[in-house]
Design a protein around this ligand. Structure first.
Ligand code: GLC
Length: 732
């Protein structure tokens, strides 16, 4: 986020002219509030619909009867720095008030939760991270930036980069999974995609790293719950993607709702100032999560609104989302000497810097041409959404090579999720349009001329026995699209039991009794506990929520037109009771084994059912000749991978490290590199990784970086659970 000297001077000149009220106004973000009938911020109403607290019909009724207050009067007084609005006509209308009717004409920055696409909705992050394709992650972000900017949205509350190891947490769907390295590569790619094409102000937006920090470790996977962890775990896992993304140039950060070891992130000076702004050198601004400053009173840290405003501002929280707590308290706090003018000026300087960098001062409006640009999605956007969907699908099981299915086979397609446009786009799809979406049913009809659909049931409600019988009678093969409703993952959607919900397992049992081969296609926003399915269902495809092109992507994989190449960015447990389950765990003094007195369960397998990095292909790959060379400043590790099957395929070669003996317990494996390789049948390639020795260390509890001589193990393979290994003694 670079500014010219002239731009910096413009900001300083503005600061000189601004009154204290106008400065505090920049620190205030508003959402349109619904006036009459339903008095909550518009954003909250959207969330309530997204997570099912109100139906779409109720939402429609409220909206049709309610008036929205867009805070025009406050804008006129220069008291609104940001708004959550996504309609370009409304954006221009409100921006005009700010630019022409307020005293100093400072533009508003319009923000929105564009988490995985604006109009061209692509796979949810947990899925896209599993593509292990950072170029793809960058291209989808760049597409979302262009689409949202044409609607006046110049700030995405994305990427969400929370490391998450507990699949009971619904928000695991929004982030890149359990691994800090993959999460860091995902975060970097998203920052590049969202921010780097500055050839025109219509091509880039400000990213917002969230939720800073440790949110994914909420106790027992229950959303908003308390977070406690050893600082070496924090530094070496949860902080990593944020450090990487700040290094990549992220323009903004959103603080998390949770406390970390007793202090809410929202008022946590150590996190916001010492780590983020000082140690990481973060130049942009920090925004609270929705209502989070006021919630510090509920946490029991702040006595009242005034106390919350003072603590948050002094801790380094630059902008308040949705409470007006700064607007109503900071002026008095400054007058009382509780918050210095330096703190205010620093916050406002950071906010104005992002607006200046976005070009909002000189290009505050959306042009008529831009507004119309994506009325019909361009083919390259649709095909990119499809490419992302296809690359995110993970083949978990294919017993007897049931898959791929002959395109002329009679296919019984089962499961209500297969015929539902809303369920394919996943959480936080704010601006999708029905006409852009292709359901699995539509995709299957285009790929399999003899497919018939039987709505037998889904995540909720009863089963239709008549349809189940007909499905069993008709098809040579049964494809059952089952899983979770979108509302069962995402925010405020933790589940204490992460098996497939409702009567879907019963439905699967009935389908299996027909004697026809059954393919389970999962639509879900989190890892699921698949112990039963893994035992009894011969073929399982993890299809997540893939966005507007989910239908064609699933159909292409099932027909074999596309060879599945996705891998798991998060481990799948056999049973919910194993959560949290993740691959990069410490060894313990009694690592789990068959003998009793080891770290294991009496009633569950050791480790994950399907581990991080796992995924099958329609071909097979073999690894050989792992060679590790201890060079001056790097470790060079090379491995040969061969396509031992009869069709071309892509393999994600993964490279891990283990610090075997150190001054703190270290994980049994840590991902340090990955590369996708395409191989023809019989073809071999040697893939090499170069691990810089400076990256082989770890942070201790005192935030001291430790590089310690000793024995290291290096692993290479197609999954965290299946690798070749080589040892070496390393001196730094
Ligand atoms: C929500 C979410 C956050 C989102 C914000 C604005 O509560 O926690 O991810 O960006 O509010 O919608």
């Amino acid at each position: 986020m670079k500014l010219t000297d002239a731009q910096k001077q413009r900001i300083e000149d503005l600061l000189q002219q601004m009154t204290l009220e106008e400065k505090i106004g920049q620190m205030n973000q508003e959402s349109p509030s619904i006036v009459g009938g339903f008095d909550v911020p518009f954003e909250e109403l959207i969330e309530m619909m997204t997570d099912g607290r109100i139906t779409k019909e109720e939402f429609g009724n409220i909206m049709s009867n309610a008036k929205q207050d867009f805070h025009e009067d406050e804008i006129r007084k220069g008291l609104v720095g940001s708004l959550m609005v996504q309609d370009p006509v409304k954006v221009n209308e409100l921006q005009k008030i700010a630019m022409e009717e307020s005293r100093l004409g400072i533009p508003i920055i319009f923000g929105l939760d564009v988490i995985h696409g604006f109009r061209s909705v692509y796979p949810i992050a947990i899925a896209e991270a599993g593509s292990f394709d950072t170029d793809l992650m960058e291209r989808t972000a760049a597409m979302a930036a262009k689409e949202s900017r044409s609607a006046g949205v110049a700030w995405h509350f994305a990427p969400m980069v929370d490391v998450a190891r507990d699949a009971r947490w619904g928000r695991v769907s929004e982030g890149p999974g359990e691994d800090p390295y993959l999460g860091s590569q995902f975060a970097r790619a998203k920052i590049r995609g969202l921010q780097n094409d500055q050839s025109s102000t219509e091509n880039y937006v400000a990213a917002c790293l969230k939720h800073y920090v440790g949110y994914g470790a909420c106790e027992s996977g229950r959303d908003y719950n308390t977070v406690s962890m050893a600082m070496h775990v924090f530094y070496n896992n949860y902080l990593k993607p944020f450090e990487a993304a700040v290094d990549e140039g992220a323009a903004t950060v959103m603080a998390a709702f949770n406390d970390l070891n007793g202090t809410p992130c929202t008022v946590n000076r150590f996190l916001l100032r010492d780590i983020l702004k000082d140690s990481c050198g973060f130049p942009g601004f920090v925004v609270s999560d929705a209502n989070a400053i006021r919630e510090c009173e509920v946490h029991g840290i702040c006595a009242d609104d005034m106390d919350a405003a003072i603590q948050a501002a002094n801790a380094g929280m630059d902008m308040d989302m949705g409470t007006e707590i700064y607007l109503k308290n900071l002026k008095e706090a400054v007058a009382d000497g509780k918050v210095s003018m330096e703190v205010i000026d620093e916050a406002v300087r950071r906010i104005l810097s992002v607006k200046m960098w976005l070009g909002l001062f000189d290009h505050p409006y959306v042009t008529e041409e831009a507004m119309k640009r994506y009325e019909t999605l361009p083919e390259e956007h649709t095909s990119l959404a499809r490419e992302a969907a296809e690359k995110s699908i993970v083949l978990l099981k294919n017993e007897g090579n049931i898959l791929p299915i002959d395109r002329n086979a009679k296919v019984s397609l089962v499961g209500n999720l297969a015929d539902n446009k809303e369920e394919i786009i996943g959480a936080w799809a704010m601006s999708w349009q029905e006409k852009d979406c292709v359901t699995i049913l539509e995709g299957m009809k285009a790929e399999f001329p003899n497919v018939q659909y039987f709505p037998c049931g889904g995540p909720e409600g009863d089963l239709n026995m008549d349809q189940i019988i007909k499905a069993g009678d008709y098809g040579d093969v049964i494809v059952a699209v089952l899983g979770e409703l979108v509302s069962m993952s995402g925010e405020a959607s933790s589940r204490a039991d992460i098996t497939i919900p409702g009567r879907q397992r019963e439905l699967l049992e009935m389908l299996l009794t027909t004697g026809k081969p059954v393919v389970l296609v999962l639509m879900n926003g989190r890892p699921l506990a698949l112990d039963w399915e893994a035992q009894y269902v011969p073929a399982i495809v993890e299809a997540w929520h893939l966005g507007i092109q989910m239908g064609p992507a699933v159909a292409h994989v099932l027909s074999g037109a596309v060879n599945p190449e996705g891998r798991l960015s998060s481990s799948f447990p056999a049973f919910t009771g194993q959560c949290p389950v993740y691959y990069n765990h410490p060894n313990t003094g009694r690592p789990g084994s068959k003998s009793k007195f080891t770290s294991r369960y009496l009633d569950a397998p050791l480790g994950a059912l399907y581990p991080f990095g796992y995924g099958l292909s329609y071909t097979t790959f073999a690894y050989s000749d792992l060679k590790v060379e201890n060079k001056e400043a790097v470790i060079e590790a090379c491995v040969t991978v061969t396509n031992t099957g009869d069709r071309a395929g892509k393999e994600t070669v993964q490279f891990y490290m283990q610090d075997v003996t150190a001054s703190l317990v270290r994980p049994v494996k840590e991902l340090k590199g990955f590369e996708k390789v395409s191989l023809e049948p019989g073809e071999s390639k040697t893939v090499c990784f170069w691990l810089e020795k400076k990256d082989m260390g770890f942070w201790n509890n005192e935030h001291v970086y430790c590089l310690e001589d000793g024995k290291f193990r290096f692993y290479a393979g197609g999954s965290s659970g299946d690798c070749l290994m080589a040892e070496a003694a390393i001196r730094f």
